[in-house]
Design a protein. Structure first.
Length: 108
């Protein structure tokens, strides 16, 4: 799983695993200051995010790894190999004996 989180540090992001889901949550805080002659401007913006991503039953959550590099979070959770379901066609045999159809009297 890959998530783009530009401008966030690893301290701003929390990655958790439950038995059946990968949870990514965090908070973005930005401040921007400008000092010019005659005025002072200071902008702040905040925002939180939360994502819960379902995992397959075969996920090996104890082997999960997460890495945040240049604003890109990569989380890998290995999945156990599952036995592929095999299918087999069953031939249909035709019965050798045929029963004569019963005849009913015609309605008058």
């Amino acid at each position: 799983m890959t998530a783009e989180l530009p401008g966030l540090k690893k301290e701003d992001v929390k990655v958790e695993l439950t038995e059946d889901a990968l949870i990514i949550q965090g908070e973005r805080k930005q401040e921007h200051k400008e000092d010019h002659e005659g005025f002072h401007r200071w902008e702040r913006s905040y925002g939180q995010f939360y994502r819960s991503i379902p995992l397959p039953e075969e996920a090996k959550t104890d082997q999960a790894k997460a890495e945040l590099t240049d604003g890109v979070l990569k989380v890998s959770v290995p999945v156990a190999e599952t036995k592929k379901k095999t299918t087999r066609q069953v031939p249909i045999e035709q019965s050798k004996e045929t029963k004569p159809a019963e005849s009913k009297p015609a309605a008058v």
